[in-house]
Design a protein around this ligand. Sequence first.
Ligand code: FMN
Length: 208
Amino acid sequence: MGTFMKVIGFSGSPRENGNTAFLVQTALNQLQKQGIETELIRLGDKQIEQCTGCYSCVQEKECLIEDDFPEIFRKMLEADGLILGSPAYHSSITPKLKALLDRAGFLGRWVANDMKGENSTYQWQGTAFSGKVVAPITVARRAGQNFAFAQLLLWATVNDFIVVGSNYWNIAVAGTSGKVDADQDTEGIGVINHMAENMGHLLTQLKK
Ligand SMILES: Cc1cc2nc3c(=O)[nH]c(=O)nc-3n(C[C@H](O)[C@H](O)[C@H](O)COP(=O)(O)O)c2cc1C
């Protein structure tokens, strides 16, 4: 029996079956072929308030806002890999995905570290995500991919993830006049499938 592995894909779009959900599911289908369990979480269905900056998680090691975040965070911790998908909204990721990443990143840091005194410097021990793998996917009608893609990379690389690349950036071009037509971007689909293959190989090696 092989080692159990799971990847969770997030669609940051408010549109349930939009381009982002299609592209993230494309990656998850490829991972399933490599024997990895997957789950697609559409944030459009979820209530995720923005971080209030209350800093309670520093001491409490949990987020005190009562919404869908705690269950999603628990699933993130159980997963071996994450795929973070977002449409470009004015060149940015969506507010719901940003809210999730702000809260998960901050809580994930304080789960693994303690606040130091006022004048001491940090020697970070890691984060709740140390050693997990992650890949971004963005989709835009035309432009603004780079900033949204970079937002996801910056979140990944400050939170101790191993980032998975592909043979191009994991982006697709779709949604002219609001259409759901990411399935027409064959180049984008090829790049995303290649990323998922890389993620599957990496997870298999890491879990040996
Ligand atoms: C509020 C809003 C802002 C958008 N901003 C951009 C943008 O900056 N650049 C772009 O190319 N497309 C932009 N789009 C188009 C979407 O990125 C595109 O249609 C995408 O495929 C939608 O993905 P979804 O079907 O998963 O929601 C925007 C759409 C909306 C609704």
